[in-house]
Design a protein around this ligand. Structure first.
Ligand code: HEC
Length: 469
C-alpha cells in the first residue's frame, strides 16, 4: 500500500500551532500595511510639496521614512519569513499547494519587494540630494512597487479562501487561481485599511514635529486620508462578504460575528472619532495619545480581521481542496490531485502517514493512549488546542469535558465521518482509530475533571492544605 505524501506533524502545546502563525501574521499585517500605505502618503505629500512649493513638508517625509526603516521594515522583514517558517511546519501541504500554483507570483513579489526596500532607503537618504523632480519619480515608483507586493500577495491569500468557480479545478492555471472571486474585494479592503494604518502611524510621527505650523498642516493632510481609507475599507469589506463561500458564511454567522461584531464596530468608531479629533485639534495630537490610539486599533482591529479570515476558511486551508489537517479533500484534475478522504477511511492515518513511528502503526491495548494522542494531533490539532483552556477552540471544551469514550466516538462516527459540520473536515477513520482518539480525549477530559480550574473547584480542593487529609 502506498503511503500518502504527508509531512511530520508539528504541534505547539498550549496555544496551538495556528496561534503562533496568527500572532506573527498580525504583527506582519500591521507593519506591512503601514509601510505600503505610507508609501502613498509620501508620494501624495511630496507631490503637494512640489506643486505648492512647500519644501518643509519633506521634513515630515524624512522623519516618517526613518521611522519606517527602523520599525516597519525590520519588523516586516523578520515576520515575513517568520510566517513562512510557521506555515511550513504548521501546514506543509497547504504551503506546497500554494507554491505549486503561485511560484512565479511569489518570485515577482520578491522582485517588487526588493525594489520597495531599495526604494525606501533611496527615498530617505537622497532627499534634498538629488533634483526634486527625480526624487518625486522615485517616491511614486516606491509607492507602486509597495502596492504591487500587496496586490500579488492578495491574489494568493484570496485563493486560499476559494477559487470561486469550477474552472481552476479543471485547468489548474495560475491566472484562474489568482483572479478568483474575492481577489478585488480583498485587495480593496486592504488598500483602504493600509491608508488608515499609515495615517495613524503618521499622526504618531507628526506628534514629534517641533514646528507647530508644520505639524498642523501634516495632521490636517493625514486625517482625511485616513477617514476616506476607512470608509473605502468598510465598503469593500461589505462587498468582500458577498464573495464568500457558504461554509464561510455559516462560520461567520454562528461563531465569528457573535464574538467580534462589537469589537469591529468599536474599533471603527474609535478610529473615526480619533481622526476627526486630530483634524479638528491638530495641536492636541500628543505622542502618548497617538501611540495609545494606534496600539488599540492595531490590536483590536487587525487581530479580529485576521482571525476571521483564517477561521472563515475552515475546514480548508487552501482553495477548498486541502483541509486544515492536511488531507486532500477533493479531486483536482487540473493538477493531477486526487481526494484522500476515502483512502484514509479504508486504511487509516496510522498506516498511511510515513512519519508515524513503527510501534504505532497498529493500535493495541498497550499503545492505545499514545496512538490516540498522535492521531488527534494529526487529525484535529491544526484547528483545535488539545489542552483544556487552550485558546484555539480547545477540544476538551468543545466536547463539554465528556469522559464517556462512547459518546466521543459517536461524534466521530456521525458528524465527522459524514462531514455534516460545514466548518469541519470530513474525517472518516477506521474503527480502531476512532476508538483510540476517543480513548485519548476522554483521558484528557478526565485529568481536567481531576484538576478543575479555579472557580469550579470542588470544596475539598480549595480548602487550605492543612485542612486536607
Ligand atoms: C480544519 C479545521 C478542523 C479540524 C481539522 C477539526 N475541527 Fe473540529 N471544529 C472546527 C471548527 C471551525 C469548529 C467550530 C467551532 C469554533 O470555531 O468555535 C469545530 C468544532 C468542533 C466541535 C464542536 C461541535 C461543533 O459543531 O461546533 C467538536 C466536538 C470538534 N470540532 C471536534 C473535532 C475533532 C475530534 C477533530 C479531529 C478528529 C476535529 N474537530 C477536527 C474545525 C476543525
Amino acid at each position: 500500500m502506498d503511503m500518502l505524501g504527508m509531512y511530520p506533524t508539528f504541534y505547539v502545546p498550549g496555544i496551538g500551532t495556528a496561534w503562533v502563525m496568527g500572532i506573527i501574521g498580525v504583527i506582519h499585517v500591521v507593519a506591512s500595511h503601514t509601510s505600503v500605505g505610507a508609501s502613498f502618503l509620501f508620494a501624495l505629500l511630496e507631490t503637494r510639496a512640489w506643486r505648492e512649493k512647500k519644501p518643509e513638508l519633506l521634513v515630515f517625509i524624512k522623519q516618517y521614512g526613518m521611522f519606517l526603516l527602523v520599525f516597519s521594515y525590520i519588523i516586516g522583514s523578520i515576520t515575513g519569513p517568520g510566517i513562512w517558517y510557521a506555515i511550513t511546519v504548521a501546514s506543509p501541504r497547504g504551503v506546497g499547494g500554494l507554491i505549486h500554483n503561485f511560484v512565479w507570483v511569489w518570485a515577482s513579489e520578491w522582485v517588487y519587494f526588493t525594489v520597495e526596500v531599495i526604494g525606501v532607503y533611496a527615498l530617505v537618504y537622497l532627499l534634498g540630494k538629488i533634483d526634486p523632480k527625480t526624487h518625486l519619480k522615485l517616491t511614486w515608483s516606491f509607492a507602486l512597487a509597495s502596492w504591487a507586493t500587496m496586490l500579488l500577495i492578495v491574489g494568493i491569500l484570496s485563493f486560499m479562501m476559494w477559487p470561486g468557480n469550477d474552472r481552476w479545478y479543471r485547468t489548474g492555471s495560475t491566472s484562474d487561481a489568482f483572479f478568483n472571486v474575492n481577489f478585488f474585494a480583498q485587495l480593496g479592503t486592504r488598500t483602504g485599511a493600509m491608508f488608515v494604518m499609515a495615517a495613524l502611524v503618521g499622526l504618531l510621527v507628526a506628534s514629534r514635529l517641533k514646528d507647530a505650523a508644520l505639524r498642523r498642516s501634516v495632521v490636517r493632510f493625514l486625517a482625511p486620508i485616513g477617514l476616506l481609507g476607512g470608509l473605502f475599507a468598510v465598503l469593500m469589506f461589505l462587498y468582500y462578504l458577498r464573495t464568500l463561500p457558504s461554509n464561510a458564511i455559516v462560520m461567520l454567522n454562528t461563531h465569528l460575528l457573535p464574538v467580534y461584531a462589537k469589537a469591529m464596530v468599536a474599533v471603527f468608531t474609535v478610529a473615526t472619532l480619533w481622526l476627526l479629533f486630530a483634524w479638528w485639534r491638530p495641536q492636541q495630537v500628543y505622542t502618548s495619545l497617538a501611540l495609545a490610539m494606534f496600539a488599540f486599533i492595531a490590536v483590536f482591529g487587525v487581530w479580529p480581521e485576521e482571525r476571521m479570515r483564517e477561521s472563515m476558511r475552515k475546514p480548508y486551508v487552501a482553495g477548498q481542496y486541502i483541509y486544515g489537517n492536511q488531507v486532500i479533500a477533493r479531486d483536482v484534475p487540473g493538477k493531477g490531485i486526487a481526494s484522500e478522504v476515502d483512502t484514509i477511511a479504508a486504511h487509516g492515518l496510522l498506516k498511511l502517514n510515513p512519519f508515524v513511528p513503527a510501534h504505532l502503526r497498529e493500535v493495541t491495548d498497550a499503545n492505545e493512549l499514545e496512538a490516540g494522542k498522535l492521531l488527534t494531533k494529526m487529525a484535529c490539532a491544526n484547528c483545535h488546542s488539545l489542552e483544556p483552556g487552550g485558546p484555539l477552540r480547545n477540544l476538551p471544551a468543545k466536547l463539554h469535558y465528556a469522559t464517556d469514550e462512547d459518546m466521543i466516538a459517536a461524534f466521530l462516527r456521525g458528524p465527522l465521518k459524514y462531514g455534516t459540520q460545514p466548518y469541519m473536515p470530513r474525517i472518516d477513520l477506521p474503527d480502531d482509530e476512532v476508538r483510540a482518539i476517543a480513548h485519548y480525549l476522554a483521558a484528557v477530559d478526565r485529568t481536567r475533571t481531576a484538576n478543575p480550574p479555579g472557580g469550579q473547584q470542588p470544596l475539598a480542593a480549595i480548602q487550605p492544605v492543612s485542612m486536607r487529609k
